[in-house]
Every structure is written in structure tokens, then in C-alpha cells.
Ligand binder design. Structure first.
Ligand SMILES: [Zn+2]
Ligand SMILES: [Zn+2]
Length: 293
């Protein structure tokens, strides 16, 4: 499978014809309205032999790990994301000696972090490169979005409490073990849950090897970024709470951006059904290079 189209050397190839053994870009394949099954409303055919071409996904054209990671680390500093981070810093200033208010405040802050991070991931796997605006989640999807954020938050909260507990009974080795195991399984667990649409796959570690081999360094970066997030309650006792929550927000946006990129890269291994229509505009000749085929 070639990275670029046979006819357009500057255009990434997303289709492959087995018969001609040729790779094509979006403008090259012909889209035919043809009802195969209920879900498959159209097929794409080879411009040469007129047989069906295969969608090769986008895993083979993803950014390399250094570029992808650098971009993801700067991602939370772009407009909407930065507003979220700064706002949460300001809200974090309201932490006081009142435990009751603090708990409510933390729940509120965490809900905002989790829900924005999830929106970032959704945007990423739809092939979008800008930070999502606050109205990014369509109203009909709102319930599922909130439910998904809630389920993930419970997993985070449970782990964070375990870590904090181990730290407060002066058992750092246990705390670090919790931290390490959580950082190791969280990225895969979340990616699998989102790819399959069910949180039952969270602890299914079956394709860990394949994913880790393919993403290696990127996976390690996510693990490291996860450490302060899982240690959030401990972090809040070490540094200013407002700083801790805004740092957690920055990290969560970067982590979810990276996880989104990893889902795109490993969509085959994760069985995630990528929608080619989402990538059509992004990779078409006009948008990528400013000229027509
Ligand atoms: Zn082409
Ligand atoms: Zn062909």
C-alpha cells in the first residue's frame, strides 16, 4: 500500500485496488450509489478497472510520533481549549477551607474537564484539527456524551482516591504501583471502550501488544501525562489547588487529543469503524494543496 496516490503524488492515498495493485486518493475513486446491504449505501470503484476499491483508512498516513506528540502538547493552548484551562484556573481560586464547597467545586471542575476532553477526542477521530467550540456536542448526542464522561470519571475518581489513600497511610510503594498500573491500562481501556462503544471492553487487554508495538512512544507519553491526573488529589495538597486543576485540564486535553490520534492510527487493531466521509475534505487535493485534480 502506497502512502500517496498513483495519479497525484502530493495527495494521500486512502483507497486500494487489489486487482490493479494501485493506491488512489479521494478525487480519483468514483463513488457509486448502490445498495449492497442496509448500511452500505454506496461503493467506491477503481478508475481503471471499475472494480470495488478498498478503504485503507488513515493509519498509514498519520503524523510520525514526534510531530503528533508535539502538536498534541500545544493543542490545549489554542483558542477554545485555552479558555477552558484559564476559566478552570479562576474557578479553582474558589477552593477554601470549607470541605463541602470544595467537593462540589471539584465535581463541577472535573465534569468540565472530562466533558471537554471527550469532545476533543470526538473531534480528533472525526479528522478535525481545530479545538472544538463549546457548542460542539449536538443536542441529541448530549445524553450519551454526559453518560460516557460520567463512566470514565468514575474510573478516574476511584483510582485517584486509591492513590490518595495509599499516600495518606504513608505507603508510597503501593501508591506508585496503583499509579503505574492505572497509567498503563487507562489509554488502552478508554480507546477500546470508545472504539467498541461499550465500557465492558475497558479491562480487555487482548490487543495490548499490537497497539503498544504500533504506538510505542506515543503510548508512553500518554502514560507519563496521566500520572499527575491520577495523582490529582495528592497534587492539590502539594501545589495551589487552582494550579493543580488547570494543569489537570491541560493534560487531559493533550491526553485525549493523543488518544484520538492513536485511535485513528490503530483503527484496524481497535476494530474502530472509521467513516471515510469525515476525511474526505481534509485530504482532498483542494484543501490540502490548493489546486484541483
Ligand atoms: Zn489521485
Ligand atoms: Zn483497479
Amino acid at each position: 500500500m502506497e502512502k500517496y496516490c498513483t495519479n497525484h503524488p502530493f495527495s494521500e492515498a486512502h483507497w486500494y485496488c487489489k486487482k490493479c495493485q494501485t493506491s488512489y486518493c479521494f478525487p480519483c475513486v468514483e463513488k457509486k450509489g448502490f445498495k449492497f446491504t442496509k448500511d452500505d449505501k454506496h461503493v467506491h470503484i477503481c478508475p481503471t478497472c471499475k472494480r470495488m476499491v478498498e478503504w485503507t483508512g488513515i493509519g498509514h498516513v498519520s503524523d510520525n510520533v514526534v510531530i503528533a506528540t508535539t502538536k498534541a502538547l500545544f493543542f490545549p493552548l489554542s483558542p477554545f481549549a485555552l479558555i477552558v484551562v484559564v476559566t478552570l484556573y479562576c474557578v479553582g481560586m474558589l477552593f477554601s477551607n470549607n470541605m463541602y464547597i470544595n467537593e462540589c467545586l471539584f465535581a463541577l471542575i472535573w465534569a468540565a474537564i472530562g466533558s471537554y476532553a471527550m469532545t476533543v477526542l470526538d473531534h480528533t477521530i472525526q479528522g478535525r484539527n481545530v479545538t472544538p467550540p463549546f457548542t460542539a456536542v449536538p443536542v441529541p448526542d448530549l445524553f450519551n456524551h454526559v453518560l460516557s464522561v460520567f463512566k470514565q470519571s468514575m474510573i478516574y475518581l476511584f483510582t485517584a482516591v486509591l492513590f490518595f489513600g495509599a499516600m495518606s497511610i504513608n505507603n508510597p510503594p503501593l501508591a506508585y504501583a496503583i499509579l503505574f498500573i492505572a497509567a498503563l491500562i487507562f489509554p488502552l481501556g478508554i480507546m477500546k471502550s470508545l472504539a467498541s462503544g461499550s465500557y465492558r471492553s475497558f479491562f480487555d487487554l487482548s490487543s495490548f501488544n499490537k497497539i503498544f508495538m504500533k504506538t510505542g512512544l506515543e503510548y508512553l507519553v500518554i502514560m507519563i501525562l496521566f500520572v499527575p491526573v491520577i495523582a490529582i488529589f495528592h497534587l492539590m495538597t502539594v501545589i495551589q489547588p487552582a494550579l493543580a486543576v488547570s494543569l489537570a485540564c491541560y493534560l487531559m486535553i493533550a491526553i485525549y487529543r493523543l488518544m484520538g490520534q492513536m485511535i485513528l492510527k490503530c483503527h484496524v487493531e481497535l476494530n474502530y469503524p472509521l467513516n471515510y466521509e469525515n476525511f474526505k475534505a481534509r485530504y482532498s487535493l483542494e484543501t490540502m494543496h490548493g489546486f484541483k485534480a
